[in-house]
Write a protein that binds this ligand. Structure first.
Ligand code: KIV
Ligand code: NA
Length: 265
């Protein structure tokens, strides 16, 4: 199958066809999501919470994310793979952003990068784009700024809706090929989606975005407990995995595994 490229995503927007995006952090998920026809895979800094067991996305490093990016790009034959730039790896300067992104493109073989932030990060996006690196923006609720934003909360309510629109337009003008909007009112996301030429991707941003993204462990129920409102659960993998592990444990303790068919003589 042919590799998904940025113009394909633009075509989908132009035709009014919504497209799905999922996170992936390893080989099997990348293979399966690719086969399922997910055109864009994000190696999110959400690996912090979903792979490394950190409480927030802040501690995860470039060196921790790079091998995950490499695994996903090796396994996905068709999807466009976006590498998330982690906290501290691009905020310092446009130069730092380019240096970090080059590592993700070169060592990780990513096809694009994503970074959090609005108009203040337009110079970073511009420098990356000039260096030949496609950038996906990320505005609204930006988890790397959760301490500054006062926790997990919807962004862009009321007057602040105009700021979300202005941020999106600034990122587009700087060269971003798409903009993720996280936890913003559906009405604001709809406005941004209409005002932008490039695709928007929503997570908790209502039905009118051009694409929709979710963290795969959330939507497949590997992460347990009550998730955020914007997650729809498509499977209960925690039960499947827990059940299989318990059955294996019982089999070993009860002498039922290995059986004759598993044994060499
Ligand atoms: O890291 C991540 O998973 C993300 C998506 C939720 C957009 O940034
Ligand atoms: Na992220």
């Amino acid at each position: 199958a042919k590799r998904v490229r940025i113009p394909h995503l633009q075509q989908l927007k132009d035709r009014g066809e919504p497209w799905p995006m999922l996170t992936a952090y390893d080989m099997y998920t990348a293979e399966l999501f690719d086969e399922a026809g997910i055109p864009v895979l994000l190696v999110g800094d959400s690996a912090a919470n979903n792979v490394y067991g950190y409480e927030t996305s802040l501690p995860v490093t470039v060196d921790e994310l790079l091998p995950l990016v490499r695994a996903v790009t090796s396994a996905a034959k068709r999807a466009l793979v976006v590498a998330d730039l982690p906290f501290g790896s691009y905020q310092v300067s446009p130069e730092q952003a380019v240096a970090t992104a080059v590592r993700f493109m070169k060592e990780g073989r990513a096809h694009a990068v994503k970074l959090e932030g609005g108009a203040h990060f337009a110079p970073h996006v511009k420098a990356l784009t000039a260096a030949g690196i496609p950038v996906m923006g990320h505005i609204g609720f930006t988890p790397q700024s959760e301490h500054n934003l006062g926790g997990y909360r919807v962004q862009g309510r009321g007057e602040a809706g105009d700021d979300v629109v202005a941020d999106a337009l600034a990122l587009q003008a700087a060269g971003a090929f798409a903009v993720v909007m996280e936890m913003v009112p559906a009405e604001v996301a709809k406005r941004v989606t209409h005002e932008l030429r490039v695709p928007t991707v929503g997570i908790g941003a209502g039905p009118d975005c051009d694409g929709q993204v979710l963290v795969w462990q959330d939507m497949m129920g590997l992460r347990r407990g009550k998730g955020p409102r914007f997650v729809k659960r498509y499977a209960d993998l925690a039960s499947v995995v827990l059940g299989a592990a318990r059955e294996f444990a019982d089999d070993v303790r009860g002498g039922q595994f290995p059986g004759p068919e598993h044994v060499f003589h």
